[in-house]
Design a protein around this ligand. Structure first.
Ligand code: ADP
Length: 151
């Protein structure tokens, strides 16, 4: 089984995240979208809310599993028998950040490969933090988050 973990905060899931998962799906037998629960990160949506958004977006296929984890991503990958970490790249700033994480993960777990998907141009400006700012100020997030979600 080729299994990939797509780790993130998903606070909340955006069209950019959804697109990465759907484009990666043909390459894997299973993708686990896993919310990392870093104790020091304050989130806008609760863990339960973020899990339920992900379940709603990906409910039509059992090739996608939704889960939560704490601790190191590579330890979680090993626990789930996943040989791949999936990440998205929007900008050069993403590259700098992702590059450091990918090297650290490779140092810890050479058997776990990180795979990057370049964001579609139309999604490259979408961030969860922009979505949160819009929601805080009662604006519309149509076109930024998956269609079947309502907040
Ligand atoms: P984290 O808190 O780990 O950065 P996020 O939930 O913000 O988690 O993002 C998870 C992954 O999705 C990261 O690799 C991020 O670069 C990627 N990502 C976020 N937004 C987009 C987007 N609009 N298009 C493509 N990839 C994205």
């Amino acid at each position: 089984m080729k299994i990939a973990v797509f780790p993130g905060s998903f606070d909340p899931i955006t069209l950019g995240h959804e697109d990465i998962v759907r484009r990666a799906l043909p390459l894997f037998d299973k993708i686990i979208v896993a919310i990392g629960t870093n104790a020091d990160k304050k989130c806008f949506f609760t863990l339960d809310e973020r899990v339920s958004f992900l379940k709603k977006v990906f409910e039509e296929t059992d090739k996608i599993e939704i889960d939560t984890f704490s601790g190191l991503t590579v330890d979680y990958c090993r626990k789930k028998n996943a040989g791949y970490v999936l990440r998205g790249l929007r900008t050069a700033a993403d590259f700098e950040y992702e590059n450091a994480i990918a090297h650290a993960n490779r140092h810890l777990a050479p058997d776990v490969e990180t795979i990057f998907f370049i964001s579609q141009a139309k999604h490259s400006f979408i961030t969860s933090s922009v979505v949160r700012d819009i929601l805080r100020n009662k604006g519309s997030v149509v076109g930024l988050v998956p269609e079947n979600l309502s907040f």
